[in-house]
Design a protein around this ligand. Structure first.
Ligand SMILES: Nc1nc2c(c(=O)[nH]1)N[C@H]1C(S)=C(S)[C@@H](COP(=O)(O)OP(=O)(O)OC[C@H]3O[C@@H](n4cnc5c(=O)[nH]c(N)nc54)[C@H](O)[C@@H]3O)O[C@H]1N2
Ligand SMILES: Nc1nc2c(c(=O)[nH]1)N[C@H]1C(S)=C(S)[C@@H](COP(=O)(O)OP(=O)(O)OC[C@H]3O[C@@H](n4cnc5c(=O)[nH]c(N)nc54)[C@H](O)[C@@H]3O)O[C@H]1N2
Ligand code: SF4
Ligand SMILES: [Mo]
Length: 703
């Protein structure tokens, strides 16, 4: 019997906590703290603590599966790879590369994402490569690129401790980024004021000194009114505005139309509360602004993000310690998947595909003449293109759109209609069940490679065990398909070899080596050469635009795409719970986590529930213009009147059967955080056949 303790990185959220996997006889039997890890200093949240439980489930995918006579049956790797290679070649020859698309994954390594986007661009010669960042911080990448020149968290996680004020808006940090929340709690203990603005009095709001409940979809109105207060009381940082920014007049013109009394009926926040939050934020000396999905997942998401940087620049709260604009990146490697160019408009290092010089540079390293120079389709656009008969093949690695995309009835229709669907995952997900070929991948504990966390820290994974059955590394599978198609440039022997190529094409990563990354501190990009120490704080002296200036934008308030009316009177918002992760493919297979919350529920405000005649635990029907679900009601005063909330983790009562695919015009982000819905009481005789009341998990929502 041999026990190994292997230091690696948590496979769930973007905090990027370090942890030790305890392996015995080829199995991971537990997780131990990594005490000196700079992100989490030995602490883990429940998902990290139980991150080994799904690894040895007997429903892990262990062989390729091919659909024969309508059924998925086991096949050899040779069969699977040669079928995929010949189908891809046939579809490319018949319909052209525009009829093909690939989805990369924020769950797998940088190297694997790099290979996926190279595969799309070089082997399929298609521009259609995207991943779930589209549904997540796509608007952050677009908005911060416009205002600051670069779309990432400006300060480090540890730096939050130095804030004098932490302003959290649209982020349930204590449930969704618990080890960043720990830094917020420490800042507060040291005297910082915590302001939380959110439509739900969630676990994070409960820690606040000032909690501001406001209506979903009204962020721009709230922030504009805060800036009105700041300007009319002379609280802006005049030196900073003069020396480091441009566009102030446009901002001022728009903001001065938005007094707090104007914002009050739109947001539902008393004008005096808006004044109070503006004063605390502007006067603290170092205010850290933290935001996440509540801000980004809107058809006005880019506008919302611009408002965040407007507010920070107006008060000089950027480029210094304890301050910053801090979008908390969601997935363990969503920052990295974006850095690696798993996006339809840029190759690795955010180099625009429409720029011939940048393209030529990358093509030089790849040894190819050219790659597609146009911007490809995004996730929702790919689903629409399938519907229109224009998209014939889709290769999905590590995503589960049948649960995570908006309007899943539409997604299901599309994925059933497409000619050739390949899904590469660790489990047979709702999406994999619709595939023509399913490919079994190795999970995080079975691989090396790197993840980049939310603060741009690039960290090394280390394998603790071998993959189950015949499952293979994601990078290896993609390279095998490319080689079977006869395409050169995919002859890699390890993730480290791939990383060496990443360094050549990606300026931000050029100075990193596996050896340098093997230290616990790792390195924050940009790290342009091997003597560079990395960059924990961005924009200290200048912004990333060519002239070094940050840009203000006057942002007029716009309502969401679908507003409540007599037929659908509620605003439906969606999001997450502490114990579950996205589509539940891993957390619902982890006994300890699954035990905490077994299924979904809809949060309804106590007064609304009374008016509807709904009691806590009643099964109700929730309907939108796109679909309907049956779900247990959780009656609570914690949610604002007129708003209902459904966690999107549970396929059997899927929030995304209801959500809307209305898109932000710049980032093509769907409006996952607001649509209109109605709630209907299910008459008693239609309840569960046993007559038993529907159980609501006791700890649902982390309360
Ligand atoms: N436990 C757990 N942790 C996770 C994940 C998970 O699935 N489970 N997923 C990871 C990923 S990929 C991501 S992106 C992050 C997301 O992390 P968060 O952004 O914290 O997650 P959400 O619950 O989607 O939304 C945050 C909050 O936005 C609020 N909100 C709703 N509508 C609005 C609005 O119009 N404006 C504002 N300002 N707020 C609004 C909701 O009430 C909610 O409390 O979490 C990461 N961490
Ligand atoms: N209504 C609503 N919908 C949402 C959101 C919301 O707030 N509300 N949030 C959106 C956001 S922010 C996000 S990020 C998306 C997430 O959407 P998805 O990325 O589709 O969700 P996940 O469940 O994380 O799916 C990842 C898949 O990768 C698999 N996987 C894990 N590790 C590996 C590996 O090493 N290799 C391979 N090949 N596969 C692996 C998992 O089993 C899982 O099936 O959901 C979005 N959808
Ligand atoms: S905070 Fe995030 S990275 Fe850390 S243990 Fe929890 S899920 Fe894992
Ligand atoms: Mo996300």
């Amino acid at each position: 019997m041999k026990i190994d303790v292997v230091p690696t990185i948590c496979p769930y959220c973007g905090c990027g906590c370090g942890m030790n996997l305890v392996a015995k006889d080829g199995k991971v039997v537990g997780v131990e703290p990594w005490k000196r890890h700079p992100v989490n200093e030995g602490k883990l949240c429940p998902k990290g603590n139980f991150a080994h439980e799904f690894l040895h489930r007997d429903d892990r995918l262990t062989t390729p599966l091919i659909r024969k006579d309508g059924k998925l049956v086991p096949a050899t790797w040779d069969e699977a790879i040669s079928l995929i290679a010949s189908k891809f070649k046939e579809i490319k020859a018949t319909y052209g590369p525009d009829a093909m698309a690939c989805f990369a994954s924020a769950r797998v390594t940088n190297e694997e994402n790099y290979i996926m986007q190279k595969f799309a661009r070089v082997a399929l010669e298609t521009a259609n490569i995207d991943h779930c960042a589209r549904l997540c911080h796509g608007t952050t990448v677009a908005g911060l690129a416009k205002s600051l020149g670069s779309g990432a968290m400006t300060n480090s996680i540890k730096d939050i401790e130095e804030a004098k004020c932490v302003f959290i808006i649209g982020s349930n940090t204590f449930e969704d980024h618990p080890l960043i929340a720990r830094r917020v709690a420490r800042a507060k203990k040291a005297g910082a004021t915590l302001i939380v603005a959110d439509p739900r009095y969630n676990m994070t709001a409960k820690q606040a000194d000032l909690y501001v409940q406001f209506r979903s979809g009204t962020d721009v109105a709230l922030i504009n009114a805060m800036m009105y207060v700041i300007l009319s009381e002379g609280l802006e940082d005049k030196e900073f505005i003069k020396n480091r920014t441009k566009g102030f007049d446009a901002l001022k013109e728009e903001v001065m139309k938005c007094p707090p009394e104007w914002a009050e009926p739109i947001t539902g926040v008393p004008a005096d509360t808006i004044r109070e939050m503006a004063r605390i934020y502007a006067k603290s000396g170092a205010s850290s602004l933290i935001y996440s999905m509540g801000v980004t997942q809107h058809s006005t998401g880019t506008d919302n993000v611009l408002s965040m940087s407007n507010l920070a620049m107006l008060t000089g709260n950027i480029g210094k310690r304890g301050a910053g604009v801090n979008p908390l990146r969601g997935q363990n490697n969503v920052q990295g998947a974006c850095d690696m160019g798993a996006l339809p408009n840029v190759v690795s290092g955010y180099q625009a595909v429409i720029n011939p010089e940048l393209r030529a540079k990358v093509c030089g390293v790849w040894g190819v003449k050219d790659i597609p120079g146009k911007v490809g389709l995004t996730i929702v656009e790919v689903m629409n293109a399938i519907d229109e008969g224009k998209m014939k093949s889709l290769f999905i690695m590590g995503e589960n759109p049948m649960v995570s995309d908006p309007d899943v009835n539409h997604v299901e229709h599309a994925l059933k209609a497409i000619d050739f669907l390949v899904v590469q995952d660790i489990f047979l997900t709702e999406t994999a069940e619709l595939a023509t070929v399913v490919l079994p991948a190795a999970a995080y504990a079975e691989k090396d490679g790197t993840f980049t966390n939310t603060e741009r820290r690039v960290q090394l994974l280390r394998p603790a065990i071998a993959p189950p059955g015949e499952a293979k590394q994601d990078w290896e599978i993609i390279c095998n398909i490319a080689k079977a198609m006869g395409v050169a440039g995919f002859d890699f022997k390890s993730q480290e070899e791939i990383f060496e190529e990443v360094r050549k094409t990606t300026p931000q990563y050029a100075g990193m080596t596996y050896e340098r990354l093997s230290k616990p501190e790792a390195l924050h990009w940009p790290c342009p050469d091997t003597s560079h120490p990395g960059t924990p704080i961005l924009h200290t002296a200048k912004f990333s635009h060519p002239d070094g200036l940050g840009i203000f934008f006057g942002v007029p308030f716009k309502y969401q795409a679908e507003r409540p009316d007599a037929e659908y009177p509620f605003i439906l918002t969606t999001g997450r719970l502490l114990f579950h992760y996205h589509t539940g493919s891993m957390t619902r297979r982890s006994a300890t986590l699954d035990d905490e919350v077994k299924t979904g529920f809809v949060e309804i405000n106590t007064e609304d529930a009374k008016a509807l005649g709904v009691k806590n635990g009643d099964k109700v029907k929730v309907l939108s213009r796109r679909g309907e679900i049956e779900i247990a009601a959780k009656v609570t005063p914690d949610i604002m009147k007129g708003i209902i909330f459904i966690p999107f983790h549970f396929a059997e009562c899927s929030a995304n059967k209801l959500t809307i695919a209305a898109l932000d015009p710049f980032a093509k982000m769907p409006e996952l955080k607001v649509c209109s819905a109605k709630v209907e009481v299910i008459p008693v005789e239609k309840k569960a056949p046993t007559g038993e009341p529907v159980k609501v998990a006791p700890k649902a929502g982390g309360h």
